[in-house]
Each structure stands twice: as C-alpha cells, then as structure tokens.
Design a protein around this ligand. Structure first.
Ligand SMILES: Nc1ncnc2c1ncn2[C@@H]1O[C@H](COP(=O)(O)OP(=O)(O)OP(=O)(O)O)[C@@H](O)[C@H]1O
Ligand SMILES: [Mg+2]
Length: 276
C-alpha cells in the first residue's frame, strides 16, 4: 500500500533510528484540572515512523497527554507540534493527520461493524467507494471482514477493540494514538490485535504512540517514556532503560522509577498556576 505525500528526509533521531522528521514535538507542555497538575512540564520529541510507548501508573497523566496531542484538550501551558502543526492554532490540520483509539470504548453497539466504520468515514469526508475499499483493508487483518454485517453488541471484547483500532485507521493516519488498546483482552486476542496493528503500521508507514499497563507490550517499542505524576521519570529504548537501571526487565524499570508512587497517584499535585 502506497501512501502519497510522505516526505522522506532521512536523518538520525533519538535511539539511532532513521527518521523522516518529527511526528511530535512538545515543549514545557502542561495541563491542570483545577488543583491537579495532570501533566507538569513535558518536553518530548517523537520521530515520524517511531513506535513510542508511554508507561505509567493510574493517574500518571497518559490519557491527558494523548488528548492534548489529539487537540481534545487545550494546554494550560507550553506548546506542542504534531507534524509541525501547533495543537492549538493548527488543531484541524492536526486532527486530519492522526487517529485515536480511546481508552473507553466508543463504538455504537446497535450498529454493525461496517456501519460504525462508514459513519466514521463520512465524518472524515471520505467518498463512499473509498470507505468500502478501506473497510475491507482495515477489517481483514483483524479477521473481521466476514463479520462486518454483525452488530457490535454480538462481538467479544477483543473483537470490539479490533473494530475500534480498524476505525482509527480508516483515514490512513500518519500517527495513531492507542490508549491502552489491549486492556481486558486475553493473550491470544492481544497477539492477534498486535500482529494486525504492526502489519498495518508497516504498510502505512505509520507512527504509533501507545499507552499501556502491560509492560511487556512496550518491549518492542523504539523508545519508552515512563510517566509518573505528570512528569517523565525515564526515557529511552527498552535496552537503554534496563541497562541504566541495572535490571533485566522493563517491569523492574517501571517499579524502580514509577512503582513507588502508586498509592498516592491520584492525590492532588503542587498548586496549579492556571485552571481549566
Ligand atoms: N476531565 C478531568 N477533570 C478533572 N481531573 C482530571 C480529568 N481528566 C484527568 N484528570 C486527572 O488528571 C490526572 C491524570 O489523569 P489521566 O487520565 O491522564 O491518567 P492516566 O495516566 O491516563 O491514568 P490511567 O492509567 O488510569 O488511565 C488524574 O489525577 C485524573 O484524576
Ligand atoms: Mg488513561
């Protein structure tokens, strides 16, 4: 599958990978909810084509960060660019280049899989013929094309997640945000979902930004950030993080950096300097 309009400027980016530019650049990005400093001061650059993982305990600020990048929230301070477009001033352009699979399910269970996708395709302004072709393109890798006419309410949790990921890919985004895509799925359903996502990622040349609680899912990431109480406490390739912490697993890195703060993760942070 060839996706037009992709500049391919080869440069070396963090982690030593070859890249085509920045997908995300955040500078001192922050978000408050009343007294809670959900995201403190995020400085982060993600390369186009990178598979980036965001790990952190409940309440660390992962979803908040994704929603800022996806222009669903406005920052309290700082800036971020997605493919060079400002998330506030260029929010429409940003939305056209991204897909987002929400942490909470957002499918209409009384529609079929195909109807859910067609609805999203029309919102994207895609022609009907494109929607039909892409529906097959995105459902086949998840083995759901033959079930496309069945109501979503008859699907298992894993199948519903797959339909949500498929819907997020319908407009062939350059960057896909996945907010805990596999929570609640059994190991087989997780493996099926990941193999389809990676297949589509390879064919679309897509950047993936993942949040997960399954630490082992972050192992194949190019780089991982561990977020704790709205701050990045560790950033690097899985190998770099393990070696810096002197441990053998990412889970041990997670426990050594963010694990200690689990009990008070939902407590209010330092006083905020602005509120939303
Ligand atoms: N709309 C909101 N209004 C008020 N507080 C919020 C809102 N959204 C998030 N928060 C708070 O911001 C902090 C970060 O929440 P966020 O949802 O970003 O965490 P998370 O890392 O995604 O957690 P989880 O792993 O449980 O999904 C939490 O303290 C949460 O209570
Ligand atoms: Mg979340």
């Amino acid at each position: 599958m060839d996706v037009p309009g992709r500049a391919r400027v080869e440069e070396t980016r963090p982690g030593g990978m070859k890249s085509r530019g920045w997908a995300i650049e955040a500078r001192a990005l922050g978000k408050n909810f009343g007294p809670v400093r959900a995201l403190d001061q995020l400085d982060l650059q993600v390369s186009e084509g990178e598979f980036f993982g965001f790990l952190g305990p409940n309440g660390a600020g992962k979803t908040t960060t994704l929603h800022l990048f996806a222009t669903l929230l406005r920052p309290s301070r700082g800036t971020a660019l997605v493919f060079g477009r400002d998330i506030v001033r260029g929010d429409l352009a940003v939305r056209q280049s991204i897909g987002l699979v929400f942490q909470e399910t957002t499918l209409d269970r009384d529609l079929s899989a195909e109807e859910n996708l067609r609805f999203a395709g029309r919102l994207w302004g895609l022609p009907e013929s494109t929607i039909r072709a892409r529906t097959e393109e995105v459902l086949r890798p998840f083995d759901l094309f033959d079930r496309r006419n069945d109501l979503v309410r008859t699907f298992s949790g894993g199948m519903r997640r797959a339909v949500e990921v498929a819907r997020g890919l319908l407009h062939r985004p350059r960057l896909l945000f996945l907010d805990e895509p596999t929570t609640g799925l059994d190991p087989r359903a997780r493996r099926t979902l990941w193999s389809a996502i990676h297949g589509l990622r390879a064919s679309l040349g897509m950047t993936l930004f993942l949040t997960t609680h399954y630490v082992e899912e972050a192992e194949p990431c190019d780089r991982v950030a561990i977020l704790d109480r709205g701050r990045i406490v560790a950033l690097g390739s899985p190998a770099e993080l393990k070696s810096a912490a002197g441990v053998d697993s990412l889970e041990d890195v997670f426990l050594a950096t963010a694990g200690r703060s689990l009990p008070e993760a939902h407590a209010p942070m330092a006083p905020a300097d602005s509120e939303d």
